[in-house]
Design a binder for this molecule. Structure first.
Ligand code: FES
Length: 157
């Protein structure tokens, strides 16, 4: 009888110990996971200065056309979203989400919101401003200048 009771007490002790160890391991993993999510080592405002011959970009042949382009050595190597608004007017946005630095998806057309799929932040395709979601601010909007004579689009910022 005493042996059975002692065995039962040991089983209880082992169960409780394993449960506590599991909680400690789980808490440690969650801490690491949360730290990786809160990385603040990204730069949401990379700068650059490029000239783009738009005749080489078929997506920009029509008004409302959208393309995402990366320029070697510019904008920290991150893509830029370029939107053709009219024959002589273009918009350009940084693709780095100010929330946690993920790359946003470029819009399907000039009227669709720009979306960061990581935590669902939505940005205006005309201003880059935050519409909804956890991002603390909008996307960086670059300055665009189009020369109709040469058909060169300059993007700076
Ligand atoms: S990184 Fe969190 S919403 Fe973009």
């Amino acid at each position: 009888m005493e042996n059975n009771q002692s065995l039962e007490q040991r089983r209880d002790f082992i169960k409780k110990s394993l449960g506590l160890a599991g909680l400690v391991l789980c808490a440690g993993s969650m801490s690491t996971l949360l730290e990786s999510c809160n990385s603040s080592s990204f730069n949401p405002n990379p700068t650059g200065n490029v000239s783009l011959d738009i005749t080489t970009v078929p997506e920009l042949a029509v008004n409302g056309g959208v393309v995402e382009k990366t320029f070697a050595g510019q904008f920290n190597g991150t893509p830029v979203i370029i939107i053709k608004v009219t024959e002589t007017s273009y918009l350009a946005f940084c693709t780095i989400c100010p929330h946690e630095g993920q790359i946003v998806s470029y819009p399907l057309d000039s009227t669709s919101n720009i979306v960061c799929q990581a935590h669902k932040s939505y940005f205006s395709p005309t201003t880059g401003e935050i519409i909804k979601g956890p991002s603390p601010s909008g996307l960086k909007k670059y300055t665009t200048l189009y020369d109709a004579a040469t058909r060169i689009l300059t993007i700076t910022g």
